[in-house]
Each structure stands twice: as structure tokens, then as C-alpha cells.
Design a binder for this molecule. Structure first.
Ligand code: DGJ
Length: 314
């Protein structure tokens, strides 16, 4: 499979599902994450996990997508447990965008309140002058009153940005346009589809928007789905399961989290997913695989190791 991605004498290989150490030899702790490219560097934000609980949002930097340096916790829960982001709250699926107009970095994440399970279903926002933080908490809310659990952010070419979120007990996926400063949601809030999906990851290719999601089976892996639309606000059409090869039906034991555009390479995207370990969340692993296109339609194929150079050989 994937001759383009496997062969050659690549120095650096991605090894999906294997332990991935940072440059200090410590496993990367950035789950349910996303990557921002800013001023020549990639920044990987994700859930910094203890065995079960939340330490906050971890951030790593890299210039080559292989060697990641931990920059610390970009967002730290309050020590005051009466605060809504106090220790014991749940912080999941953090994503960060840079706002050109304000010059600030804006983080959104899924927030659940201490001791309340997944019932709060809120989106939370924090802001910083520096990409690695510290991010200052702004507040949390349900966008236009809608439950908001798994989420991602997407910034379009014209700098308008959107939150895509699992709503209505995860039965419905919705998209809401952010305010120009990205610090709140506007009333432009659209229904995408009703299909009991979560873990949304969006990208744009050839004037079309693509969305990869998972089903809703807790931490257990399930079958992915691909949707396409001409406009982010829809209508969205289902194209089936984009995964190919061994264990494709369970997304290779993983769950989507983000699609990362590779800088300086045309039509080069990496599918990022989490292989959750619910017995010890900090030991969850990462599955990164290249997105390929067949007659313009994206698909993802399993490979035990692959190289970025494959994008140049297609
Ligand atoms: C699936 C979600 O995608 C995860 O982010 C997390 O909320 C788990 N469910 C919790 O069971």
C-alpha cells in the first residue's frame, strides 16, 4: 500500500499507534488535540492528562512535525475548586486560532463541570498574547443555548472562524460562526446533520469542505464517516467511511481529532486521531496518517510507518 509514503530513505518516519516521545524523551501528552501553524512553527495543543483527570491544556512546538518540545501548560485549571474551571473540571478537545485583527491567540475547549459528568456540555474560551500561553479564562456557555460537547475550530481563508460541535446529546452536529474577535459565538448557528457523531475534524480541499467524524461509543473506537459540502454552513452530504485497510472499520483503534495542513506542500493533510486508553488516559497514543485523494475524494489508509516525503511523490 501507499508506495509513495512508505518507500525511500526517509530519516524521519511517523509510526501511528507507537509511543511518541517529545525531545526530552517523555511521551507527548496532548490528547484530543489540534495544531496551529504560527510564525514558522507548529504548535500542538491537547488535553494534558493525568491517569484520569485533567491537568489542563498542554502545548508542544515543532518545526518538522516529528520533534516536539513541550512548552508547558498553555491553560491551567484554577486551584479554587468553586471556579467553573477549578481543579476537577473536565477539559477536552482544545483548539487554538490566531486572530489577525486583535493580535491575540484564542483557545476554545469542551468544558464539563466538576462532579457533573458530561451534563454541562459547554464551550469555554481563553485568550493569550503569546501562542504558548498562559491563556486567560474568559468564560463558558452553550452556543445559542445548544449543548456543546466534542468540538473543533476552523478558520477560513477570509479569517472568519467557526466552532463545529456535537450538540443535542451528541445526536446533532452544528456549526456556529465566531465573533470577529473569536471570543464568542454569533447567532449564525447552523444545523449540519443529525447522525449521532462526534470528534469532528474539518479541512478544505479544491473548494470543498470535508468533515471526518466518529460515532459515539465513549472511549471505544468505531467507524469513521466523511461528509462534504460546498459551504461550511451546508448542506452536508455523507460520503461513507474514508478509512481503508486493516482495522479501517474501527479507525485503526483511534478516534478523529484534527486534520493538519502540512505547510509548503500542496494538498498535503495529516489525519490526526487518538487511540484512547480509558484505564490510563495519559497513556493514550496517537495515530497520524496522510490523507490521500482518489479522483478528488479523500481517504486514509493504514500504514505502520510513513514519511512526509510521500506527499512529494504522489
Ligand atoms: C468520546 C469523546 O470523543 C471524547 O472526547 C470523550 O468525551 C469521551 N467520549 C468520554 O467518554
Amino acid at each position: 500500500m501507499m508506495a509513495a509514503f512508505c518507500s525511500g530513505n526517509a530519516q524521519q518516519l511517523f509510526k501511528p499507534g507507537e509511543v511518541w516521545n517529545d525531545v526530552d524523551g517523555v511521551p507527548v501528552n496532548a490528547h484530543g488535540g489540534g495544531v496551529l501553524f504560527d510564525k514558522g512553527k507548529y504548535y500542538w495543543f491537547g488535553e494534558s492528562r493525568a491517569r484520569f483527570g485533567t491537568e489542563g491544556v498542554g502545548v508542544y512546538s515543532s518545526t518538522d512535525l516529528h520533534n516536539w518540545r513541550r512548552e508547558g501548560l498553555a491553560f491551567i485549571p484554577d486551584s479554587d475548586t468553586t471556579s467553573e474551571v477549578g481543579r476537577g473540571c473536565v477539559i477536552e478537545r482544545p483548539k487554538v486560532l490566531y486572530n489577525k485583527k486583535t493580535g491575540k491567540y484564542v483557545m476554545w475547549f469542551h468544558l464539563e463541570l466538576r462532579g457533573k459528568g458530561y451534563s454541562a456540555a459547554r464551550a469555554a474560551v481563553a485568550v493569550s498574547n503569546n501562542v504558548t500561553g498562559p491563556y486567560t479564562y474568559i468564560g463558558s456557555f452553550r452556543p445559542n443555548g445548544n449543548m456543546s460537547r466534542d468540538m473543533t475550530l476552523y478558520q477560513d481563508n477570509d479569517s472568519t472562524a467557526y466552532q463545529i460541535y456535537s450538540s443535542d446529546e451528541n445526536y446533532t452536529l452544528r456549526i456556529v460562526k465566531l465573533a470577529p474577535d473569536y471570543l464568542s459565538a454569533t447567532a449564525e448557528d447552523y444545523f449540519m446533520f443529525r447522525n449521532h457523531r462526534e470528534a469532528p475534524a474539518v479541512f478544505k480541499h479544491d473548494k470543498k469542505y470535508y468533515l471526518i467524524t466518529s460515532g459515539c461509543t465513549g472511549w471505544a473506537p468505531n467507524q469513521a464517516a466523511l461528509h462534504v459540502a460546498d459551504s461550511l454552513t451546508g448542506p452536508w452530504k455523507e460520503l461513507g467511511d474514508p478509512m481503508r485497510g486493516a482495522d479501517a472499520l474501527h479507525t485503526y483503534g483511534a478516534q478523529s481529532t484534527f486534520v493538519l495542513p502540512v505547510q509548503g506542500k500542496k494538498d498535503a493533510f495529516i489525519f490526526m486521531a487518538d487511540q484512547w486508553n480509558p484505564k490510563n488516559l495519559v497513556n493514550s497514543r496517537y495515530v497520524w496518517l496522510p490523507i490521500q485523494f482518489n479522483k478528488g475524494v479523500p481517504f486514509v489508509e493504514w500504514s505502520a510507518n510513513w514519511s512526509l516525503e510521500g506527499f512529494d511523490r504522489r
